[in-house]
Design a protein around this ligand. Structure first.
Ligand code: ADP
Length: 331
């Protein structure tokens, strides 16, 4: 029985800004859990960013501060939740090393995202050892905080399973219940668990199809204007297929009136430009408080938040690491 009141989750610092997929799939859940009273550990995963950005390591580090600003702008309250950068808490690297010794290679080779990223990188020559070990580092991130659960988007589910498998293997090997299974807190609504991008592929910075939380109102309007809609709907009266239209998908996420809008779109009673105009207004309204909070955060304020966050995170993580070493008989 896992009665922990802690939650761990993270985002990579491969980009300085978070997008709507990051927000709907993960960050929004973090804020809900924080508001329900869970102790949140919100991590900017700069070490994970290096698996694909090892040549731009300084950039991954600079991005970390900006990502943390988006956490706070999105509703994470640093007086209740710990916001920190992964590499500022060295326990993550140490537990990763220890767990890597007990993780069977076959578990890692089977991970679907490993196969995808391998293809992205092109040649085996460029493929770093760290990419294969990514789920082990992620498991260390999670297990250090002995969390109740980990709130993430659908794409992360295979990694989370490995973490529970590694935990069970650790307990079995060293004869102590150091770790308890944690839950995968994936949004129930499939659309939030996997938000489509402006081109209807998964929203991802690597596809350049994102609306960012910190985009301006005008940038958001311009992006929505270019978004993918029903290709056969040329005139207003042509019937639309909202299931395959990015603008209609976002209306379903953000508009209280989406059912009527979808029906009118389907029947050719409204045009794509009306959908786009209404979506732009609703989305800009939705993002306004996030943008306002972000504008108030300067570098000094976020540095202080990250410094305090790392101290709090180390406070817990170092105890877990000591338990791990004690179970292994290492002093
Ligand atoms: P990206 O896919 O843009 O590289 P990350 O891998 O850093 O983003 O993901 C950070 C968090 O955001 C994870 O919990 C992930 O599941 C979630 N996430 C990323 N993209 C989406 C999306 N399009 N829809 C829902 N959740 C997403």
């Amino acid at each position: 029985m896992n009665d922990s009141n802690r939650i761990l989750s993270g985002m990579r610092s491969t980009n300085p800004r978070l997008h709507l997929g990051n927000y709907e799939g993960a960050l929004r859940n973090w804020v809900d859990l924080q508001n329900k009273g869970f102790k949140m550990y919100c991590m900017v995963a700069d070490l994970h960013a290096l698996t694909t950005m090892y040549e731009e390591s300084a950039e991954a580090s600079r991005n970390a501060r900006e990502v943390a600003k988006d956490f706070v702008a999105g509703g994470i309250d640093p007086s209740r939740s710990s916001v920190f950068v992964q590499s500022h808490v060295p326990e993550h690297s140490e537990l990763h090393l220890l767990l890597s010794m007990i993780t069977p290679l076959g578990w890692l080779e089977r991970v679907p995202t490993y196969k995808e990223k391998q293809e992205d990188l092109g040649s085996a020559e460029r493929e770093p050892y760290g990419l294969l070990g990514y789920p082990v580092l992620q498991s260390a991130d999670i297990l250090l905080y002995k969390p109740y659960g980990v709130p993430v988007g659908r794409d992360q589910a295979p990694h989370l399973e490995i973490g529970n498998d590694i935990a069970a293997r650790f307990n079995r090997l060293y004869g102590r219940e150091v770790f308890q299974p944690y839950k995968y807190l994936i949004p129930e609504d499939e659309l939030r668990a996997k938000v489509p991008g402006l081109d209807m592929r998964k929203m991802s910075k690597s596809y350049d199809n994102c609306i960012y939380l910190s985009d301006t109102e005008d940038q958001t309007a311009a992006k929505i204007k270019q978004a993918f809609t029903t290709p056969t709907k040329i005139r207003l009266t042509d019937p639309g297929q909202p299931e395959g239209c990015a603008v209609c998908q976002y209306l379903r996420l953000y508009s209280p009136d989406w059912e009527r809008q979808w029906e009118e779109d389907r029947q050719g009673l409204r045009g794509c430009s009306q959908n786009k105009k209404e979506l732009t207004e609703i989305l800009n309204e939705y993002l306004r408080p996030i943008r306002e909070r972000r504008a108030l955060l300067d570098d000094a304020a976020i540095e202080e938040i990250l410094c305090r966050g790392a101290e709090e995170a180390r406070g817990f993580a170092s105890k877990t690491l000591a338990e791990v070493k004690s179970a292994m008989g290492m002093f």
